[in-house]
Design a binder for this molecule. Sequence first.
Ligand SMILES: CC(C)(COP(=O)(O)OP(=O)(O)OC[C@H]1O[C@@H](n2cnc3c(N)ncnc32)[C@H](O)[C@@H]1OP(=O)(O)O)[C@@H](O)C(=O)NCCC(=O)NCCS
Length: 156
Amino acid sequence: MDEISLRIMTRELCHQLYRDWGNDPSIYMDMSLFTAYKYDENAVNKYFETKQNPSRILFAIMKSGKPIGELQLKDINQTSRECTLSIHLQNDTVKGKGYGTRAEQLAIQYAFEVLNMVAVNADTIIKNTRSQHVLEKVGFKFIREEYGFKYYRLER
Ligand SMILES: CC(C)(COP(=O)(O)OP(=O)(O)OC[C@H]1O[C@@H](n2cnc3c(N)ncnc32)[C@H](O)[C@@H]1OP(=O)(O)O)[C@@H](O)C(=O)NCCC(=O)NCCS
């Protein structure tokens, strides 16, 4: 497999990523809200800007020099030393090839070794069994199910 790496997202990487983006139905609890994604330069600029804050790190998942997804460590709490992982690959052409698993492993390593976190949390809607499987594969433990979500946690 080509090497997967995480790079801090830049504005340019964000545009590269979203030019070929596809929304995934597995993250929609209410499918009436699902629409095909349309690239909009201003919307991507705004999206990128709203993600720049000290409690969040937005990564580009890189393969062969190109962004193939995004991964966030968010709700970074320096007191309790925990954060929450979220991930979305660019479109169906890059899913199911092991890249998401590898990206999550790298993010966990970053959270523990670079950010000095003691726990990483994650959640998925109930129907997203692929995401649940990958979370469990990289070591997350199922914690609880509530209001349509399944919650997971990985402690160092
Ligand atoms: C979830 C996501 C990050 C996983 O990354 P990926 O690269 O597609 O996944 P991988 O190829 O690394 O691994 C997929 C695993 O799930 C399994 N799988 C595939 N479809 C599945 C399903 N419907 N139910 C359960 N497991 C499933 C595969 O068999 C594989 O497991 P294995 O390696 O044990 O055989 C990616 O598919 C994605 O971005 N999906 C859309 C957004 C999303 O759901 N984000 C998570 C929000 S909580």
